[in-house]
Design a protein around this ligand. Structure first.
Ligand code: 5GP
Length: 189
């Protein structure tokens, strides 16, 4: 595969990752978001080909067997997510630098694959307690789901040191500014 640069974001759920990514995409027109494949069902207004490529479990498995993924992980029990090689080719053929929003294991696998052509960023919540407050104030999840996410967050934070940069999101405006500075120097080095 003939490839360009990639920027990989990973963070515990509730750390503010999506807001940061959307802001970065507006600032840098040469960046494009990698649409992952998943076998979970679409949520709300999500559309096939925009948020995700929604596949059945069977289709997902067949594509794994055919070697069509650069990486894939069973992020939640029975629910896999992965990056299709065809998605990277699609974005690179438009001369884009690719932005990924993927789980910690997938992120570190891509970092291994792309080396210095990859910038792996870990968005860190100020603390697990603050993450809990943020998830509860969203009001969208049950207490049980929140506890599960906090448990997963602790596991994910344990891998933070393996990323190129850890960015603590204690103030969104500031975090976006720092993230954009890091991306700018990565793109121009
Ligand atoms: P959600 O179901 O909330 O959209 O995403 C769940 C998790 O799957 C998030 O942590 C997200 O980063 C991760 N994820 C999304 N796409 C991919 C992918 O292509 N590969 C991997 N390894 N993880 C992904």
């Amino acid at each position: 595969m003939d490839y360009g640069k990639v920027i990989i974001f990973s963070a515990p759920s509730g750390a503010g990752k999506s807001t940061i990514i959307n802001s970065v995409l507006r600032t840098f027109p040469d960046l494009a978001f990698s649409v992952s494949a998943t076998c979970r069902a679409p949520r709300g207004a999500e559309e096939h080909g925009r948020e995700y490529y929604f596949l059945t479990q069977e289709e997902f498995k067949q594509r794994v067997d055919r070697g069509e993924f650069v990486e894939w992980e069973e992020v939640y029990t029975g629910i896999s997510y992965g990056t299709l090689k065809s998605e990277l080719d699609r974005l690179w053929s438009m001369n884009k630098t690719i932005i990924f929003d993927i789980d910690v294991k997938g992120a570190l696998n891509l970092k291994k694959l792309f080396g210095d052509d990859a910038l792996a960023l870990f968005i860190m919540p100020p603390s697990v307690e603050e993450l809990g407050r943020r998830l509860r104030s969203r009001g969208t999840d049950s207490e049980e789901t929140i506890r599960k996410r906090l448990g997963k967050a602790e596991q994910e934070i344990a891998f933070a040191d393996e990323f190129d940069c850890i960015i603590v999101n204690d103030n969104l405006e500031n975090t976006v500014k720092i993230t954009e500075e890091i991306i700018n120097s990565f793109l121009h080095r």
